[in-house]
Ligand binder design. Structure first.
Ligand SMILES: CC(C)(COP(=O)(O)OP(=O)(O)OC[C@H]1O[C@@H](n2cnc3c(N)ncnc32)[C@H](O)[C@@H]1OP(=O)(O)O)[C@@H](O)C(=O)NCCC(=O)NCCS
Length: 337
């Protein structure tokens, strides 16, 4: 693949129409591989609005590779500085596209140009949300020392056999009601305990415990939430919670009629007995009966239980959150004494 000559320049508003056309082309290619993805981002105007949404985020800036008057590719990222993410830099799903047949090497040049400013701002944790469908592009990011941290999976409900519920002796599944507040709140730790354990070692901030516990309890009275509870021999055993998928200018993973599986867990002593499969079947069959045709879920790739379970339930990776942590000593370890 020949690499044309190009210059890397700051991304400016006049490049948006051309960038929208590039992103629309990328989305078209992504959907050929994964038909569940939303179709409307293949409209250049819709794709342009998605890039604008990336640019509208706090501390956003971008770079563009230009050959003469032609835009070859662009990369847009923003900074998130808070207690959970620290000082971090993010490329969102609309933040990266290039001309068809462009060498994925271009993404590496664009990252070098854009991330120089991130490191200069003390942002050493870098995230890039990339479609799972473009293997050459993913390879380019892996070769920049990025790895898969989070998986975003879509299930197409039309393609699942939701007619036959799996059965497990002694298991009852039912919708949560207001009086289940305490039962649901008591399961607030199932997900984070799995995600702090090896080999995930994902951060849990203990100071947020009370708020998190309260938020779990509140789900029972949330009119948008559909919460399912599982009981094994009458004892609380697990839960799943679904919300309607929300559409926004840059929700590239939310097709029409999509529900989102937000949180799910089975008590450790009840795992591996088919309860998760029964909850998933009940949740997805109910969603299908209520007009939903897709379900979006996400999980830590290093969470062995989750990353084995969700694909077995019909979820197919649609995008990855790639992560790279630069050694912060580069702030001073870059010259002679
Ligand atoms: C992921 C999770 C929800 C799965 O729940 P579960 O109740 O254990 O699910 P199941 O028992 O239906 O299936 C788990 C595995 O046991 C197997 N299994 C199911 N019934 C079984 C049985 N009767 N005997 C032996 N194995 C069985 C399944 O095939 C499945 O294997 P797979 O994951 O390789 O596909 C659970 O492991 C969990 O709570 N993990 C911690 C919290 C978490 O990670 N939540 C998800 C965050 S995104």
């Amino acid at each position: 693949m020949a690499r044309p000559s190009f210059h890397i320049l700051p991304f400016t508003a006049d490049l948006l129409p051309a960038a929208g056309a590039l992103l629309a082309g990328r989305c078209l290619g992504d959907r050929l591989t994964l038909p569940a993805l939303p179709a409307h981002f293949e409209e250049p105007a819709v794709a342009k609005a998605a890039i604008q949404a990336s640019l509208d985020r706090d501390h956003a800036r971008g770079v563009a590779a230009v050959d003469g008057n032609q835009l070859l590719g662009y990369l847009v990222g923003d900074l998130v500085i808070d207690a959970v993410w620290g000082r971090s830099a993010w490329v969102r799903l609309a933040g990266c596209a290039s001309t068809p047949n462009q060498s994925p090497e271009l993404a590496r040049d664009l990252y070098a140009a854009l991330a120089e400013g991130w490191v200069g701002s003390g942002c050493f944790t870098h995230f890039a949300l990339m479609p799972s469908t473009n293997l050459a592009l993913l390879q380019a990011w892996y070769s920049l020392s990025f790895g898969i941290e989070q998986v975003y999976g879509l299930a197409s409900l039309d393609q699942l056999d939701l007619s036959q519920p799996p059965a497990s002796a002694g298991v009852e599944i039912r919708r949560a009601v207001s009086t289940d507040r305490a039962a649901l709140a008591s399961m607030y730790d199932l997900v984070w305990r799995a995600n702090v354990a090896p080999p995930v070692w994902g951060l849990h901030l203990p100071e947020n415990d009370a708020e998190l516990r309260g938020a779990y309890g509140d789900l029972v009275d949330d009119p948008d939430a559909t919460v399912w509870l599982a009981f094994l021999d009458g004892e609380s055993a697990g839960f799943q919670c679904y919300f309607p998928g929300e559409h926004s200018a840059d929700s590239l993973l939310v097709p029409d009629n999509c529900t989102v599986l937000e949180v799910a867990g089975t008590h450790p002593q009840a795992r591996g007995k088919g309860i998760g499969a029964m909850l998933t079947h009940r949740g997805l069959a109910y969603a299908y009966a209520n007009g939903y045709r897709h379900c979006l879920a996400d999980w830590r790739n290093a969470n062995l239980l989750a990353s084995r379970f969700w694909p077995s339930q019909g979820f197919r990776p649609a995008a990855y959150r790639l992560a790279r942590r630069v050694d912060p000593r580069i702030a001073w370890g870059n010259h002679n004494l």
